[in-house]
Design a protein around this ligand. Sequence first.
Ligand SMILES: [Zn+2]
Length: 80
Amino acid sequence: MRRIGNRLLRLAPAVRCERCGGVLFRAFPVLSGGRLRLYGAERAVVRVAFSSRRTLVFRHEAADACEREIELTVADLGAP
Ligand SMILES: [Zn+2]
């Protein structure tokens, strides 16, 4: 049963980091009992917040996992 679930998740929409665009996880959203469940996001380590009344924003939890955080060049670091 787990294999079938993993195969189906390949078809699920990708949730991307709002900052760097990297894929955080793939999940099927299901509304159930006043909750939005994201089947497939169980192992994702992400930060999520509302950016408006109807929009959730997902980001990498760890700064070193976010590609935007590690794209600094020598010029960005203020080299002499
Ligand atoms: Zn990121």
